[in-house]
Design a protein around this ligand. Structure first.
Ligand SMILES: [Zn+2]
Length: 251
């Protein structure tokens, strides 16, 4: 299995071990700094830590940790230039599999500007992007995101994440991949399965988004096992357990 969105910097080696033992071979960890950023260097340190330290901590437990880096919308109060310089380097040296997570949270001018610039970098470097949608005002923010994406990048290069039953109807017709985050307080495995049941398995990626907030490191295996228990076809299950992610991120 592949967990397509997590925050390894906020989690323990014990979590990585549990995930690996439950059948997760590979996970993608995304950038998100949950504290104040007093100086720009703090965010750059966060990104380098993910790349250099967290990948090593995960691999010690058997977990192959891939990396997506970028400026999370809630971290948009930085001068982005230094980060963008590094982004180009990480893409060039193939140290990251996507730019992410990026997106919008409160729709501030700063957020919108940094989001658009990162989409342009992805377009220029032919990179994939992982796009965050917020817990509050999800539907409103999602509409803005859906307007912005095609002005900057092919929808085929983007995954829009944290999609739930309330907003699925707004995004199902776009060409983006869609992320289903199975997480306490966000969406349970049965809601995720109801979406797959209605819309098919081709467009979706599963993830836990484990972070410093209430999280379940095993939410992907639990959802996959529930699909098996309910008798869904092996070929369909494999799409959301790993095949869609392998294909989209070239893993
Ligand atoms: Zn996240």
């Amino acid at each position: 299995m592949i967990d397509t969105h997590m925050h390894a910097d906020a989690r323990s080696g014990e979590d990585f071990e549990q995930m690996y033992l439950a059948g997760i071979d590979c996970a993608i960890t995304c950038s998100y700094y949950p504290y104040k950023i007093p100086q720009d260097i703090v965010l750059l340190n966060h990104l380098n830590r993910i790349l250099e330290l967290d990948t090593k901590r995960a691999s010690e437990q058997g977990l192959d940790l891939k990396v997506a880096l970028g400026i999370h919308p809630t971290n948009s109060n930085v001068n982005p230039e230094k980060i963008f310089e590094s982004l180009y380097e990480w893409i060039e040296t193939e140290q990251i599999v996507a730019i992410g997570e990026i997106g919008l949270e409160d729709l501030t001018d700063n957020e919108v500007s940094i989001f658009k610039q990162q989409l342009d970098i992805a377009d220029e470097t032919n990179s994939k992007v992982i796009i965050h949608t917020p817990r509050k005002n999800k539907s409103e923010v999602l509409k803005v995101i859906l307007d912005i994406i095609p002005e900057h990048i092919s929808e085929k290069q983007a995954v829009i994440d944290h999609i739930n039953p309330k907003v699925i109807g707004d995004v199902i017709d776009c060409d983006c991949m869609l992320g289903l985050t199975v997480q306490p307080q966000k969406m349970d495995k049965f809601e995720a399965i109801s979406i797959l049941d209605e819309y098919g398995f081709d467009k979706f990626l599963l993830n836990s988004d484990i972070s410093n907030k209430p999280s379940d490191p095993l939410s992907v295996p639990k959802t996959v096992r529930e699909l098996t228990r309910q008798g869904y076809g092996k070929g369909e299950i494999e799409k959301v357990s790993h095949k869609n992610a392998q294909k989209f991120f070239n893993l």
